[in-house]
Ligand binder design. Structure first.
Ligand code: T3D
Length: 263
């Protein structure tokens, strides 16, 4: 399948999804969000895939919503924005969170507004040293969306989250790492190799267990400890029934590296 606004490439067990509107700093428009949703459906439909990398073409990761998109300039922007979120952004975020395989965001440059929060919805976020993250929304009189108000306080704590969202100042990759917003900042020239190495390592791991870890972490936000312990018991029973658990224990006892199938 050929896309107009993204590149989607499968390389063995790892897929690459590249946001590809560099003339607009990879800003999201409705056709692009629809293509991302379609690519994520392809990821689900391909059981051989075991990790996904998301990155941006050329100098930016994404500048967030395309502010030149006609839907923004309608007579009723309130309705247009609600429609964009309901019909385009949220289906992408729901698909991203429903993926059982791990998703690595390789943030190659500026990630602003919805672009920043799209990256932060991924499982592991690494960024080029020259990249930065901006909760740009208040610069144009909007509020953070794409889960920003939910994610940021959990990642960096309420004080820093509030300042980031109210001030809309850029946060460089090294500081983003120090604050716990992202996993790691890496030298610019090493970004894609680091992302690929991480994804290959994850692709060789117990994919079903990774999916269950993601499910448990998502559920933890709304559970008390008792409910979370129940969920952990249920997931652990499923993990214990997996081929990968048998292989993991066998490899340990035989003093060798495990060969996980992902099942
Ligand atoms: O509809 C809804 O559902 C609402 C949802 C909203 C979610 C959001 O994401 S709101 C936040 C939207 N994003 C922004 O407000 C960021 C706007 N962009 C910027 O502030 C700056 O471009 C950056 C800080 C990201 C980068 O600055 P800089 O100096 O490196 O680049 P630049 O020169 O500003 O941009 C380069 C080109 O990209 C330029 O085009 P030109 O003049 O060369 O033809 C610029 O207009 C274009 N561009 C950058 N961001 C956007 C964009 N075009 C459309 N939409 C953009 N968001």
């Amino acid at each position: 399948m050929t896309f107009e606004t993204i590149e989607f490439r499968v390389d063995g067990e790892v897929a690459w999804l590249t946001l590809n509107r560099p003339e607009r700093l990879n800003a999201f428009c409705r056709p692009m969000l629809a293509e991302i949703a379609e690519a994520l459906d392809q990821v689900v439909a391909e059981p051989a895939l075991r990790a996904l990398i998301v990155t941006g073409a050329e100098r930016a990761f994404s500048a967030g919503q395309d502010l030149t998109e006609p839907a923004i300039a309608t007579a009723d922007p309130a309705a247009a924005v609600a429609e964009s979120l309901d019909l385009f952004y949220h289906p992408v975020l729901e698909r991203l969170h429903a993926l059982k395989l791990p998703v690595v965001a390789a943030v190659n440059g500026i990630a602003a507004g919805a672009g920043a929060n799209f990256a932060l919805n991924c499982d592991i976020v690494i960024a080029a040293a020259s990249a930065s993250f901006i909760q740009a929304f208040t610069r144009i009189g909007l509020v953070p969306d794409c889960g920003g108000t939910w994610l940021l306080p959990r990642l960096v704590g309420p004080a820093r989250a509030r300042a980031l969202m109210l001030l809309a100042d850029p946060l460089g990759a090294a500081e983003a790492e120090a604050w716990g917003l992202i996993y790691k900042a890496v030298p610019d020239e090493a970004l894609h190799a680091e992302a690929e190495a991480l994804a290959r390592r994850l692709a060789a791991g117990p994919t079903a267990a990774y999916g269950m870890i993601k499910q448990a972490l998502d559920a933890a936000a709304s559970h008390d400890l008792g409910r979370q312990l129940d969920l952990e018991r249920e997931l652990q029973s499923r993990a214990a029934a997996s081929d990968d658990f048998r292989e993991g224990v066998a490899a340990f006892l035989e003093k060798r590296e495990p060969r996980f199938s992902g099942r």
